[in-house]
Design a binder for this molecule. Structure first.
Ligand code: ZN
Length: 695
């Protein structure tokens, strides 16, 4: 055996969670999925861990977990999402590492990643260290072993970054060919010695093959890729390594069915005795790095100018629609100044709680954030959260794309707003300074304004963020919905008559709200409409936490701030997870009243709701001929509302039946009017169209 093959996938998504609620709001561009994580999980991650190898006649010959055969890293923030939202896929990722370790003498396929996808050469040594320590701790907790290698976000590297990796016990990382002056021959690992005298191995991936994967040229036909992997192979030659690296989302998301090409390659390589499909750690164990390499520093795999893409208008990432990235520099300057201010608060206030605040910050990432901090005071926990948000300000995705008015820059501005809130009274001046700098970050579309406008318009909460949580619980109670379905991950809620207590889980901070019912929705008929029309007024009793500052606001926003002293909210105003939970529960109530056991049995057997509802509606209308009780009427109204909401046309037969039975309802004109209107009949003041009236 002379040729080893390592195919590495870097799996990562920009973080998307609301910084207060820790939930991802619905992202309409990801439809029919709830959000982009869900969509990419379905297209890529789920496909990669169960990739189809096709046999004769295009039928499935094998289903393989491709991660058990390929080197991989999954960003810690994405792993956290997968763990709670896609547990089967998450389990398969962990299993892939166990299977590969068993196959490759204890060297698993997974490697760690610096925690927040920060461009490490642009970070201070202290931040580099924290990102690397958090990445290692997260890896250890999930995979149950020490990581041997670490993926650098955007493969961005400089001497200090490698020194930190080596100091933390990382043995290798992976770089692009342009990041070293001369790559060692035959794909062998290079030996890098840092200025401080530490050593780390560098694997330089094959540029053309990686490019062919990333841009799809090799994914369209696995035979081309296989031929490329076997090209020039010689029996008995010197050991050599052919390695490739790309974004993991290449498989299935960027290139539909790309995971099938990967599976076909894995299948072929496994059968070919001339090659050994393994990972970097297992190769390094047999072939230690000896050839010295010189770094091109700083450098990365996605900016030919070094790391300018994340701080300057270097031209990378420009598109014809959005040619200028002059916004990058002020966005970074603003975030750096803000982080300096946050660190100063952390150092000063943290001294009262921690013997070494920075060691406390490093340790904070070693668990699930809340577990190890429950014994600390609220302020100490807030300070750790302040630092977590300070680190998150530098998620590289914010600078990567072509314009400022996108979700990724907005996301770090939301972290900024959260950090400013946690800063306390000094948040006012921190925010004012940030806004001064962001005012210089102008997007390509004049309608977007500057980053300052975007921050004030979209990033900064318009009302105390937990007010909606309080309102959701009050509205759930109003609609008879079990509050257990309203799972806000970030807070615990106690509701007691007109008071709602919301306790943040990470910090223990409590927010008390007074809630008053403004409308029960009882004036609208149909359970769904009642639920949507019910409204409560919420008033923060703890001084409006979440509205730290005032000076930088425009007159409009100042009046918004005044309005938040008492906020009117109904179900459609809620964050979508809570809105969906309440609407879902109300719907379930409709099913319970509107659908018979036979209907439910049909649903359970796979008949679509869109088929069951119209039939149930026809029967419900028919029942009115003999039963005009409240329950029978409510059933018709609920089912009609449900049909409307599901965009199901009112069944022709339901209208015909109604035309037949409406005479029976003449004694109850209001009832008649509501039902007639729902089923598509004209207002009853006018005579019904003759054609629809039975003879
Ligand atoms: Zn560049």
């Amino acid at each position: 055996m002379s040729r080893s093959i390592v195919i590495h996938g870097h799996y990562y998504q920009p973080p998307r969670e609301d910084p207060w609620l820790e939930e991802i709001e619905r992202q309409p561009t990801a439809a029919p999925f709830h959000d982009w994580n869900a969509r990419i999980e379905s297209e890529c991650y789920r496909a990669v861990v169960a990739a189809r190898v096709l046999g004769t006649g295009g039928k499935i010959a094998r289903v393989i977990n491709a991660l058990a055969y390929t080197s991989f890293n999954v960003g810690p923030t994405l792993l956290a999402w997968l763990e709670r939202e896609a547990p089967a896929t998450y389990g398969a990722i962990l299993e892939a590492d166990r299977l590969s370790a068993a196959r490759l003498k204890g060297h698993g396929n997974a490697i760690a990643q610096a925690f927040h996808h920060t461009i490490l050469p642009l970070a201070s040594r202290r931040d580099k260290t924290t990102e690397v320590r958090w990445g290692i701790a997260d890896f250890r907790r999930r995979f149950g072993r020490e990581p041997e290698g670490m993926w650098l976000p955007e493969t961005a590297v400089d001497d200090e970054t490698l020194d930190v990796l080596a100091a933390e016990g990382i043995r290798f990382t992976i770089l692009a060919p342009n990041q070293v002056v001369t790559a060692p021959a035959r794909g062998m690992p290079g030996l890098y010695q840092t200025t401080n005298g530490r050593e780390i191995a560098l694997f330089i991936y094959d540029g053309p093959m990686s490019h062919g994967i990333a841009f799809g040229g090799l994914l369209g036909d696995a035979r081309v890729w296989i031929a490329r992997l076997l090209a020039g192979i010689a029996d008995g030659g010197s050991p050599e390594l052919l390695s490739a690296a790309s974004d993991g989302e290449t498989y299935g998301h960027h290139h539909r069915f790309g995971e099938m090409a990967l599976a076909a390659v894995i299948d072929a390589m496994e059968r070919d005795p001339r090659v050994h499909l393994e990972n970097f750690a297992s190769f390094l164990a047999k072939h230690p790095a000896v050839t010295p390499v010189t770094l091109v520093s700083p450098s990365s795999w996605s900016c030919v100018h070094g790391v300018e893409r994340w701080r300057a208008n270097c031209g990378d990432g420009a598109t014809s629609n959005n040619p200028s990235q002059a916004w990058r520099a002020p966005l970074r300057n603003g975030m750096e100044k803000l982080a300096d201010g946050l660190h100063a608060i952390f150092t000063r206030e943290g001294a009262a709680f921690f013997s070494d605040p920075w060691a406390a910050r490093d340790a904070y990432g070693s668990a699930d954030f809340t577990a190890r901090t429950e014994n600390l005071s609220v302020r100490a926990r807030e300070l750790l959260e302040l630092e977590r948000n300070a680190l998150r300000l530098f998620s590289s995705c914010a600078w990567f794309f072509d314009d400022i008015d996108r979700l990724e820059p907005l996301q770090i501005m939301r972290y900024a707003a959260r950090a400013i809130e946690l800063a306390g009274p000094e948040g006012v001046s921190l925010e004012a300074n940030l806004l001064d700098t962001l005012a210089g970050a102008r997007g390509n579309d004049p309608r977007s304004g500057t980053a300052r406008d975007i921050y004030l318009r979209k990033a900064k909460p318009k009302h105390p963020p937990f007010a909606s949580v309080a309102a959701a619980h009050a509205l759930a109670r109003l609609n008879g919905v079990d509050a257990a379905g309203l799972h806000v991950r970030s807070a615990d809620v106690d509701i007691d008559s007109d008071r709602v207590l919301v306790r943040e889980r990470r910090t223990g901070r409590e927010h008390v709200f007074e809630v008053r019912t403004v409308s029960t929705g009882a004036d609208s008929d149909g359970a769904l409409r009642r639920a949507l029309h019910a409204a409560v007024e919420v008033r923060a009793l703890d001084g409006g936490a979440g509205l730290a500052t005032g000076e930088a606001r425009s007159a409009d926003e100042a009046s918004d701030a005044a309005a938040t002293k008492s906020l009117r909210l109904s179900v459609p105003d809620l964050p979508d997870t809570e809105r969906d939970a309440i609407v879902g529960e109300v719907r379930r109530g409709i099913f319970d009243r509107g659908l018979t056991d036979a209907d439910r049995a049909r649903l359970a057997s796979g008949v679509a709701l869109a088929d069951v509802v119209p039939e149930a509606l026809v029967r419900a209308v028919d029942t009115l001929a003999t039963d005009r009780g409240d329950a029978a009427v409510a059933r018709v109204l609920d089912l009609a509302d449900l049909a409307e909401e599901m965009e199901i046309a009112i069944p022709y037969d339901a209208q015909t039946t109604f035309a037949r039975v409406r005479g029976e309802l003449a004694g109850a004109p209001m009832l008649l009017a509501s039902i007639a209107q729902r089923l598509g009949f004209a207002a009853p003041e006018r005579p019904a169209p003759r054609a629809l009236t039975p003879a």
